[in-house]
Design a protein around this ligand. Sequence first.
Ligand code: HEM
Length: 162
Amino acid sequence: MPNPQRVLADVREPVVVFQVGMRINRLRSVRRWLPAFIAMPRMLHELGVDPALGMLGAKTYLSGRTVMVVTYWRSFEALEAFANAADHSHRPAWTAFYRRSAGSGRAVGIFHETYRVEPGAAESLYVDIPAGFGLGGAVGTIPVNGSLETARQRKDRERSVS
Ligand code: HEM
């Protein structure tokens, strides 16, 4: 159900935003790109069932040949630990990706971008959007009140609570 309120993300601690995805460069080479494609939901499930790994939320987007997941993390250290842990699915998938890419004709490309969101350096607004979405879903939300009407006020409010 959409949230009837206008709310903003209540950023009180730094949060890490990690965008990760892949572009299918050669659509017909299904066997080349399918393993990387399948690896993503497996990782998201692993992260979703174990909050101790540090992921606060995730949302998947599709645009043409590109699929991207926007994820939110407690810290860069937690993200790095997950990616490098031998007992989780990412590290083996990483190795397998480069092993396959040797003969795959670059059928699939991968990318990621990491950002640190600091209180006072970020602003958000959700209007009629279901609870749990985006940065607000990851850190919690507060209602927009009279002193939080503009983007600048919302950004500066986040600085004042840090
Ligand atoms: C929730 C999903 C994912 C997360 C959180 C994640 C996270 C990361 C992070 C943090 C790194 C950098 C590790 C470091 O240098 O210390 C990394 C690298 C890498 N990831 Fe992922 N990843 C995800 C999904 C995937 C998928 C689906 C694939 C495809 C098989 C993949 C393949 C790779 C590869 C090949 C690298 C190494 C790139 C390089 O350094 O050359 N990742 N990932």
